[in-house]
Design a protein around this ligand. Structure first.
Ligand code: GLN
Ligand code: ZN
Length: 759
């Protein structure tokens, strides 16, 4: 029985990938030095895996994103990104980040969240402008890097079916798709030429609800792709749910050597094992959770494995995590601040590989209960369950009726009341909350955490920042101001630090996209508010201006989805305990004169189960927890929410049910294509589709923004339209921020001048 994983974190033990790549972006190092450093990170990752795994993934590594790498390899890149004077790597990064220099002006490609995770991938576009020239530079680099350390490994690729399914078809063109598949075959041929013996094709898309066309597409693609396979072994890897059973007959016909199944999020796969033809194939059994950080319950895993063993020969099983470990931090060994009695409950990427090793040994064991490792594991699990149940008893009891969650009046009535109360101008301009987190802010926070400055000194520093920001926003004539979120390192971690029930790691970083990382807090119990959290800074900001200051809070589902929630607690209990804490906070804000409150839910869609059948339960929790936060708020108080990188079309009903007064959404990167799904929504409710992309360093000019507003006004009644960037400005620098916002306000003023838009 072998041990493997579908993929490993790429960022390095201490986020080396992030730092070195950012250095390269700032042109502090050249391409050669950069690629050399990158290689070291990749090799260090492989060396760690080597300690635990029999079959090591290679090419799961990437400078930025592995979908982008596949686009690059297949030439699924628009020609204009390649036919220009940029250097090789500049071209590659321009796809992800956009560029506006050297007389070149390229927009970044769209980004989307990778299934039900917080990892964002670059969305391939399929249209008539593609280069379709293959380029295996990154692939060969990864293969050669692996070869220097290990003989045998598996090359990981996003599978052709998932790639095509995720691509945005701007032109439904059978011929282009065929050429992409031909390029995919070339890619496989090249890998085989390089004497790679194992290839893993990630096909999570076969876990989505599928129709006949999908099954046919899958069948057609694979009948082509597997032709050239020769002696190499090809594994199809699935994750994030059970496979859609309609694929079973197809999979059984395929000439593949292994199938990776998820037994964590896709327990139903157990039923399918019997029906899948696994006689001469490996079953890569995902029994350790690749997305959460709680230790594995060996008893459960052994039970699952024993059930599998009834149908699959032992030598045909590979033990694995259920997904890539990309979604968990590197190792818990660096966590010096978490007390041992908590640390023992946790398991990060490196520890998860040890768990796989343990499981392999335990499966050999006849008398499990006598085994020390098993005993110890059960002891820890028991104490975790006890602790959790104690918490549940002491803590939160749910007692409300759904109709108690509604605000006093309906949206139409509230709108009228708020118009009188707030007297906002037409096309109100605002931002999403955060402003640049510059080095001085981060240094001061660090000084405060290390005790070098007092709390008072730190608070005064933040207030100075707020002061400056209020002045700036007034100067450029924004209508609805914010306090800037300078006190927040991260929109979730900040609340986690100030609420009871969380553990904060000091090095638990995970990649969210490219060089961006987040440090999800750990929710070990139900949550409670200990004291008011945001009231002081926000009321301070409001005291400095006549214009309304919009308070910004992070919503319950986003807090959960960007944390690692205790697996022994129901998500519902955690969600409502957070909602209760936020409700107390919101009521305090209102008491203190705040008139507009935004509860951010950018991660609302994130953990939406892949299968439709399971989505309602999840969405009900998300909606009701949100409504619970704002249920006491009087009609004149305007409630906003903000969402980004979501497939809004899946959750539009849900957004409607949240019954907010104003929603701001990320839309600029996808060319407003999502607006068609929000058109109806915007008939009754106000909406601010972000008019420029804050994740790009590119500053939009006035004309471009005027054009955007014009497009919006064609779709949305101007009376319901807000003007704002598409997300927080935290990661931008001040120059970019000032210029973009000035242009935004100027664009709006320009529009106001030409009355013919307001007919
Ligand atoms: N209010 C947050 C900010 O501006 C929202 C961030 C987000 O949507 N991820 O940073
Ligand atoms: Zn956002």
């Amino acid at each position: 029985m072998q041990i493997t994983i579908p993929g490993f974190p790429r960022i390095g033990k201490n986020r080396e990938l992030k730092f070195i790549t950012e250095k390269f972006f700032k042109k502090e190092i050249n391409e050669k030095v950069y690629l050399n450093e990158i290689k070291k990170i990749n090799q260090e990752n492989i060396s760690i895996m080597k300690k635990y795994l029999d079959l090591i993934p290679a090419n799961d590594f990437s400078l930025y994103d592995n979908i982008l790498d596949l686009m690059w390899a297949l030439g699924v890149v628009e020609k204009k990104y390649l036919d220009n004077k940029l250097s090789y790597l500049e071209k590659y990064f321009a796809i992800a980040r956009g560029i506006k220099e050297k007389n070149i002006d390229l927009l970044p490609y769209d980004m989307k969240k990778w299934f039900n995770t917080n990892y964002h991938f670059i969305v391939p576009k399929i249209n008539n402008d593609l280069s379709l020239k293959t380029d295996f530079f990154f692939l060969e680099k990864n293969i050669n890097t692996a070869k220097e350390i290990i003989n045998d490994f598996k090359v990981v690729l996003i599978g052709p079916y998932t790639f095509i399914k995720l691509a945005k078809m701007e032109k439904e063109n059978q011929k282009i798709n065929e050429r992409i598949i031909q390029n995919y075959i070339k890619l496989l041929k090249r890998i085989i030429e390089l004497k790679v013996k194992n290839i893993q094709l990630d096909e999570p898309s076969i876990c989505l609800d599928s129709n006949k066309r999908d099954i046919n597409l899958f069948k057609n693609i694979y009948s082509e792709v597997l032709k050239e396979k020769k002696d190499s072994k090809i594994f199809i890897q699935t994750y994030f749910s059970c496979i859609d059973e309609k694929f079973i007959p197809q999979i059984n016909k395929l000439n593949i050597d292994g199938l990776g199944l998820d037994f964590i999020e896709g327990k139903e796969n157990l039923k399918f094992v019997k029906r899948l033809d696994l006689n001469n194939k490996f079953l890569i059994a995902g029994v350790v959770n690749g997305k959460n950080i709680w230790i594995n319950n060996y008893k459960n895993s052994i039970e699952i494995l024993r059930l599998i063993l009834k149908n699959v020969k032992k030598e045909n099983i590979m033990l694995s995590t259920h997904s890539s470990l990309l979604f968990v931090p590197y190792t818990k060994r660096n966590e010096t601040k978490i007390p041992n009695e908590m640390l023992k409950f946790l398991s990060f990427a490196e520890e998860k590989m040890q768990e796989l090793k343990d499981l392999k040994n335990l499966l050999q064991e006849n008398n499990l209960s006598q085994n020390k490792i098993y005993q110890n594991n059960q002891k820890i699990i028991d104490s975790l369950i006890k602790l959790t149940q104690l918490e549940l008893k002491q803590n939160f009891v749910l007692s409300f009726k759904i109709k108690d969650l509604n605000r006093k009046s309906n949206i139409a009535k509230r709108k009228k009341i708020q118009e009188k109360f707030l007297k906002l101008p037409i096309l109100p301009t605002t931002t999403i909350g955060s402003f640049p987190q510059t080095v001085d802010v981060r240094i001061k926070r660090k000084d405060f955490k290390e005790g070098k400055i007092t709390h008072e000194q730190y608070k005064n520093f933040i207030k100075e920042k707020i002061n400056d920001l209020i002045k700036f926003q007034e100067e450029i004539k924004l209508d609805i101001l914010v306090h800037g979120e300078f006190e927040r390192n991260d929109m979730v971690e900040y609340f986690a630090e100030n609420l009871q029930g969380f553990i904060i790691t000091n090095n638990g970083w995970v990649q969210s996209y490219g060089t961006r990382t987040t440090k999800p807090p750990i929710i070990f119990s139900c949550v409670k508010r200990k004291y008011p959290i945001t009231v002081e800074y926000i009321t301070y900001a409001q005291s400095l201006t006549q214009k309304p200051v919009k308070a910004i809070l992070t919503g319950p589902i986003t807090i959960i989805n960007w944390s690692f929630p205790n697996e022994f607690l129901k998500i519902k209990s955690i969600a409502f305990s957070i909602a209760q804490a936020l409700r107390e906070e919101i009521n305090d804000l209102v008491k203190n004169g705040i008139k507009i409150i935004q509860v951010d839910e950018p991660a609302l869609r994130e953990k939406l189960p892949l299968k439709k059948q399971k989505q309602k339960e999840y969405l009900d929790i998300a909606i009701n927890a949100f409504k619970y936060c704002v249920k006491d708020v009087p009609d004149e108080i305007q409630i906003h929410t903000h969402m980004c990188y979501s497939e809004f079309k899946d959750i539009i009903n849900c957004i409607e049910k949240m019954d907010v007064d104003v929603i701001s959404i990320e839309a600029s990167r996808s060319d407003f294509s999502i607006l068609k799904h929000l058109k109806n929504y915007a008939k009754k409710r106000q909406i601010g589709p972000g008019i420029y992309d804050v994740h790009s360093t590119r500053v939009p000019d006035v004309n471009e923004l005027i054009e955007k507003i014009k497009i919006l006004m064609k779709i949305i009644d101007y009376k319901n339209l807000w003007i704002n960037p598409d997300c927080g400005l935290k990661t931008r620098n001040w120059d970019e921020t000032k210029q973009s916002l000035k242009n935004m306000v100027e664009a709006k003023e320009n529009i106001l001048k030409s009355k013919n838009y307001f007919k």
